[in-house]
Design a protein around this ligand. Structure first.
Ligand SMILES: C[S@@+](CC[C@H](N)C(=O)[O-])C[C@H]1O[C@@H](n2cnc3c(N)ncnc32)[C@H](O)[C@@H]1O
Length: 264
């Protein structure tokens, strides 16, 4: 997912974190708060309108340049991104092509067979990972939204890789409870308040060379708030203190953490 705050993007670039709360509030703030919760805004953090233009940590021209010099999006990814952008202002929840490239690269290089994704949305990241899997590999992906995953299902059905995707509707915690390991690759991208629970549910089920990738670890910039009370800050502290795992945080878009077993 992309940073939702234009102000934060420029604020970070010039080192001024006060701009982190510069997002506009929607006029129908009640609905926005509900949607913000689904999106994963941490409690007390402002719910913001998705910006009309794509802005992340990088200036857009650098993002574009990186995308143009990375593996191209597949037909299915292009079609999903186009329909998502046309049909919902929440399209910013989709990861971008460079982050998708990172997931595809990791799934491929790890030789992953069993991928678990928390947060399907309209299916962009799921199809990207499915395309990188060998025949017989599976992406088990879960979401609570029938409306958004209906868009995903429609596009997956047209892809030769769609059969590798197994959608589970329901809260991620419940899905994980019923999902035995080992997981070769986990992508955490659902509600941000659930990240620590998802981490705790997934780490014991990781295969020996398994990898967890978590999106939005900068929490729209709130990870850097001095009070350290944001969901992103709590998750990042939890990950850093976990002696079972080691990780690297990449400042791509809203921050991506890649973690693997210590000694793995
Ligand atoms: C950031 S979007 C996922 C984007 C997707 N990975 C992509 O790149 O296209 C987050 C998704 O998490 C879902 N979600 C929110 N709370 C959830 C929960 N408790 N369990 C499962 N999914 C949840 C939302 O419905 C939303 O579709």
């Amino acid at each position: 997912m992309l940073l939702g705050l234009t102000g934060f993007a420029s604020g970070l670039a010039c080192g001024n974190l006060d701009t982190a709360s510069a997002g506009r509030r929607r006029p129908d703030a009640g609905r926005a708060d509900k949607e913000g919760a689904a999106r994963g805004d941490a409690p007390g953090e402002p719910t913001v309108i998705p910006p009309a233009v794509e802005i992340g940590l990088c200036p857009p021209e650098i993002d574009d340049y990186a995308a143009q010099h990375s593996l191209p999006e597949s037909e299915a990814m292009i079609a999903i991104a186009a329909e998502t952008k046309a049909s919902t202002e929440w399209w910013i929840m989709m990861i971008g092509p460079v982050e998708a490239g990172l997931l595809r690269m990791l799934v491929h290089l790890l030789g992953a067979k069993r991928v678990v994704e928390l947060g399907t949305f309209t299916g962009y990241s799921a199809i990207a990972m499915a395309e990188a899997l060998p025949a017989g590999g599976t992406v088990i992906t879960c979401d609570i939204s029938e409306e958004w995953t209906d868009i995903a299902k429609k596009h997956w059905a047209k892809s030769p890789h769609g059969g590798k995707i197994d959608l589970r509707l329901g809260p991620a915690t419940r899905t994980l409870e019923g999902l035995p390991g080992p997981y070769d690759f986990v992508f955490i991208d659902a509600d941000k308040r659930g990240y620590i629970d998802y981490w705790e549910a997934c780490v014991p089920k990781l295969s020996p060379r398994g990898v967890i990738v978590a999106d939005n670890v900068l929490g729209n910039g709130h990870a850097l708030d001095p009070d350290g009370r944001s969901a992103a800050a709590a998750f990042n502290a939890h990950v850093a203190a976990d002696a079972r795992m080691q990780s690297v945080m990449l400042p791509i878009r809203d921050g991506v953490t890649v973690a693997w077993r210590r000694g793995g």
